[in-house]
Design a protein. Structure first.
Length: 208
């Protein structure tokens, strides 16, 4: 399939199938500039990001604040959901939060290549993909040490960690609001209490 550059004067967003057209990197950049939206870029295809609910955005913002306080004064820095993370072959995703320790390594297009932590706040429409294909792609990033999957409709954080042998293991799912997820980033211990992660979040009453 031939590549296509998005041309605003030729295509309207409601007339173009983003999943069937291949884009150059320049076309992707133009699409984002023109629409003011962010699109994952995978193997020449663009994928619209799930719209963030108020709960999704609140949880993501809270986690960024907690991470910032945890790594303050260390060699690590926290980045927001505007950060592109390289998954190889010129493809990238926009996680909800990213931590890099030490010098930031980037590819063309301001794409981060050396994250140590990625956080995804799961959306119901994309959770299955996030837990399967996207997780496998994240786990191929050599620098990555931790992945957090945070649910928004119930208190639940799943922690994946690369162990000393380089094997990815699940550290389990924490669901108790009185507990916390803890892990180390170099010499820094990061603790994310669920009561703070989910502060100001009203969960559906059914099933709880």
């Amino acid at each position: 399939m031939a590549t296509a550059t998005f041309t605003p004067s030729k295509y309207a967003l409601d007339e173009i199938n983003l999943f069937s057209v291949s884009y150059t990197r320049e076309g992707h950049e133009e699409l984002e500039r023109t629409t003011g939206e962010k699109f994952h870029y995978i193997n020449g295809k663009v994928f619209e990001m799930a719209g963030g609910s108020p709960e999704h955005n609140t949880i993501g913002g809270t986690i960024i604040g907690l991470l910032f306080n945890a790594v303050r004064g260390s060699r690590c820095r926290v980045m927001t959901s505007d950060t592109r993370v390289d998954i190889g072959s010129g493809s990238f995703y926009y996680p909800d939060a990213v931590v890099v320790c030490g010098e930031v390594q980037t590819a063309p297009g301001r794409v981060i290549q050396n994250p140590v932590l990625i956080v995804e706040v799961l959306s119901p429409s994309t959770a299955e993909f996030d837990r399967s294909e996207k997780l496998a792609q994240y786990q191929q990033i050599e620098s990555l040490q931790h992945i957090l999957y945070v649910e928004q409709n119930r208190p639940a954080i799943e922690h994946f960690e690369r162990d000393a042998t380089g094997t990815w293991v699940s550290r389990g799912v924490v669901t108790d609001l009185n507990q916390a997820v803890s892990f180390s980033l170099g010499d820094t211990i990061v603790t994310l209490p669920l009561s703070e992660v989910y502060e100001r979040i009203d969960f559906p009453t059914s099933g709880f």
